[in-house]
Design a protein around this ligand. Structure first.
Ligand SMILES: Cc1ncc(COP(=O)(O)O)c(C=O)c1O
Length: 391
């Protein structure tokens, strides 16, 4: 079980959960802004270009705000690249960069992806599409696997044994590298500075002076640099040193760090079942609305949970999956039907992953400004979303 990374409710402690229908995601644009300010500061002081990873958070109602601060975005393939172009994630940004990485590209889409992207990153030196990309003029990069596992769950470790993500560092030759303009590695997940530093040392030790050949080096995502305890000064020094030493552009592509602690998932207790244990049955579903709860797995923090509280409930999801549960929580008061609940830190890797398994409705999307208390409905979903995907 992974720990939650939430640092607490922040401004959501003041949010009245009855202001939105249940279920809803509520995103605080001021918290997004303060995360972006931290990222901008890292970019300004280190010289790095900072891209948002759309796979983690791509709420395009906020693309203007996001790109006021960032240098562009990274996409995982054709549809995210299209989204980036259509919704302004790249165009309106400070450096207008769209970088795409996919483990493999399909023949029918490589031309379009090449024309949409500024950087196109390949998973191995013989990847399908390299020649097509070269002819299109896009700047091409190679994702490498530094082969250094730093204490991660293998499920989230691209350096795990037999990983399909990135070409092994030990098998690289200068001939291979000379085909590429850029180098990319992504090995971290919710981590502080030290694993990045160790990974960089491994890459530098192996590639040495050859790093001068590249015009850009992309250090991937997984940097939890908007978290309070992140060692930002060391990150800034390392990036500045890389730029200075190798005369390259350095890119970071964080996802979670943009939206950390910026959203809640609001639900309602629709029934209570007391048998061997107390189950609070919610109109939320972990498997539909917060799939990482089951996939990781992890136990999300809950607004108002009380560590030593007298009453314990299993917060159960509304699908038929036995494991559809958010976990066990303690409260000072008994729960009642109609009570509102809110899971914390639910902006990233949730909206991008939702589904309607069991016909469970999708949560509405709300934007809240914690400074002005203004609340706006961005979108609500109905039966149509469910039925149209099943025809
Ligand atoms: C290639 C790549 N870049 C960036 C990211 C974003 O990582 P995070 O959201 O952990 O910062 C991911 C996440 O899986 C990724 O695979």
């Amino acid at each position: 079980m992974l720990p939650t990374q939430s640092e607490g409710p922040g401004s959501f402690a003041q949010f009245d959960l009855h202001r939105v229908p249940s279920p809803s995601y509520v995103v605080d644009q001021e918290k997004i802004r303060s995360n972006l300010q931290i990222l901008r500061d890292i970019g300004d002081r280190s010289g790095a270009k900072i891209l948002i990873a759309l796979k983690a958070f791509s709420m395009w109602a906020l693309s203007d705000l996001i790109q006021e601060y960032l240098d562009g975005c990274c996409s995982s393939g054709l549809w995210e690249a299209r989204l980036a172009r259509e919704k302004g994630f790249a165009e309106k940004s400070r450096s207008r960069i769209l970088s795409t990485f996919s483990p493999a590209y399909r023949s029918g889409e490589i031309h379009v992806i090449s024309s949409l992207s500024d950087h196109l990153i390949f998973n191995h030196p013989d990847s399908f599409g390299i020649d097509i990309a070269k002819n299109s003029g896009v700047s091409i990069g190679l994702r490498i696997n530094p082969e250094l596992s730093l204490g991660l769950d293998p499920k989230y470790d691209p350096c795990a044994e037999n990983s399909r993500l990135g070409f092994p560092l030990s098998q690289l030759s200068q001939d291979v590298l000379s085909e590429f303009d850029g180098l990319h590695f992504h090995t971290l997940c919710e981590q502080n500075f030290s694993p990045l530093h160790q990974t960089w040392q491994r890459v530098e030790e192996k590639l040495g002076d050859y790093l001068h050949h590249f015009s850009w080096i992309n250090l991937g995502g997984g940097h939890h640099c908007t978290r309070k305890d992140y060692d930002r000064e060391s990150l800034i020094s390392l990036i500045a040193e890389i730029i200075d030493k190798y005369d390259v552009q350095v890119f970071l592509e964080p996802g979670e760090a943009v939206a950390l602690d910026a959203g809640i998932l609001v639900g309602e207790v629709v029934d209570i079942m007391s048998a061997a244990q107390h189950h609070a049955l919610l109109d939320l579903s972990a498997t539909c609305h917060a799939p990482d709860v089951i996939e990781a797995p992890y136990r999300p923090a809950l607004l108002g949970e009380a560590d030593g509280g007298e009453y314990t409930y299993h917060m159960g999801g509304s699908s038929c999956l036995t494991a559809d549960s958010f976990g066990e929580y303690r409260f000072d008061e008994k729960l009642r039907i109609g009570d509102r609940v809110a899971f914390l830190d639910q902006a990233h890797y949730t909206m991008v992953k939702t589904n309607t398994f069991n016909g469970v409705p999708l949560p509405s999307l709300y934007l809240w400004n914690s400074k002005t208390n203004e609340l706006s409905l961005i979108k609500k979903f109905g039966y149509e979303e469910f039925v149209n995907r099943l025809s």
